[in-house]
Design a protein around this ligand. Structure first.
Ligand code: PMV
Length: 356
């Protein structure tokens, strides 16, 4: 079908891993399966405008962040386009204007790669849909078409940034092949297919911005540190085991066991960085202050507040809906003081990307 010009807008969320992805092979294949909560408030909105190209450049695109040209995003997009060209043959026929904005501040230490790459992948999939829809048989069910395109969006997002493939759907997403999770794949994220206890519905994630600076270690460098890492094989095994344990925890609603797995995963991620060559410490003194405060509070109150970390100093504080009032009071009274300029973001489990 001939399509001269048009535009699509998608809003896509960030996600926070419970079992971490750290270590990959060629073509963005993860060394171990991971699972994440899809977030709700932390999102990227991307508008992709396209028109038939007249330039000689192989890929023709411009990128704007908050309405201003963002040349330093171009190499990432160029690499992304090269990786996905084989799956979207129309890519070189158009000029693309990519206008993007985040709900969280650009320099907040919150990575925008998951929400950004998934939003862009979804815009491109919308265009593909427009191009191929008439040739798809009307015998194919709408739900089947939707799930095909969602899967392909996740597949493409993975090629932009691994964890981005977990940002298409919600509320829990598994990426990476796991022996007990039917349908799980290294190539795309899937909605967690098993029963989840009510304890985990509407879970909260308050993100404490301890250090808003640029990442000390890019995730590409970080993943590469797992090649020849002395503990890599054990770590990959452990991630598989933790995912098995979590499926049971989700079924029975065991919040104590959840805390143990999630905190151990966060600390293991950081332990991998401390024990690689070169080695890194990505936590800051305030990260440790917060962790100790959370542990003390949990001991004193018996509440189920726990933490997880990304590859940085910020702390994600997780707690169930039933304890939200007390947890937030504690966070505001005791933890916010350790945030840079007192900044934090109240987020919770969300349900995936939306077309606007
Ligand atoms: O998607 P990447 O390549 O930026 O890697 C993200 C890795 C972690 O955020 C540290 C863990 C994860 O599973 O999201």
């Amino acid at each position: 079908k001939k399509v001269e010009r048009g535009c699509y807008t998608w809003s896509s969320p960030s996600n926070i891993a419970l079992v971490k992805y750290w270590g990959k092979r060629e073509h963005q294949i993860p060394e171990n399966p991971s699972i994440s909560f899809t977030l709700d408030a932390c999102r990227t909105t991307t508008t992709l405008s396209f028109s038939k190209k007249d330039s000689h450049k192989y890929f023709s695109f411009e990128v704007l962040l908050d309405g201003k040209p963002k040349n330093d995003f171009e190499p990432k997009i160029e690499t992304f386009f090269k990786r996905i060209e084989a799956y979207l043959p129309f890519l070189k026929d158009y000029h693309f204007k990519i206008e993007t904005s985040n709900t969280f501040p650009h320099s907040s230490g919150i990575a925008s790669s998951a929400s950004g790459m998934s939003a862009l992948a979804l815009c491109l999939i919308s265009l593909e849909k427009q191009l191929v829809m008439d040739v798809m048989s009307s015998a194919v069910e709408t739900t089947q078409i939707e799930s095909y395109f969602n899967q392909k969006a996740s597949f493409l997002a993975r090629l932009g940034s691994g964890s981005a493939c977990r940002s298409i759907e919600g509320d829990l997403v598994v990426w990476g092949n796991h022996k007990d999770i039917d349908g799980s794949s290294d190539l795309f994220g899937i909605k967690y297919p098993f029963e989840v206890h009510n304890n985990f519905k509407n879970y909260h994630d308050t993100i404490l911005l301890v250090d808003k600076g640029e990442k000390q270690v890019s995730s590409t460098v970080g993943h590469n540190l797992m090649h020849n890492h002395p503990f890599a094989e054990e770590r990959f095994k452990q991630a598989n085991q933790n995912l098995s344990k979590l499926t049971h925890v989700f079924k029975v609603g065991n919040l104590k066991a959840f805390t143990e797995i999630v905190e151990s995963e966060a600390l293991t991620l950081h332990a991998m960085m401390m024990t690689s060559l070169p080695y890194f410490i990505l936590m800051k003194p305030n990260t440790l202050e917060i962790i100790n405060k959370i542990w003390n509070f949990r001991n004193e109150t018996g509440l189920n507040i726990c933490f997880t970390l990304d590859a940085g100093a910020n702390v994600h504080v997780l707690y169930p809906e039933s304890e939200a009032k007390k947890a937030l009071e504690f966070i505001q009274n005791e933890l916010v003081a350790y945030c840079q300029n007192g900044h934090y973001i109240c987020d919770r489990i969300g349900f995936g990307a939306k077309q606007l």
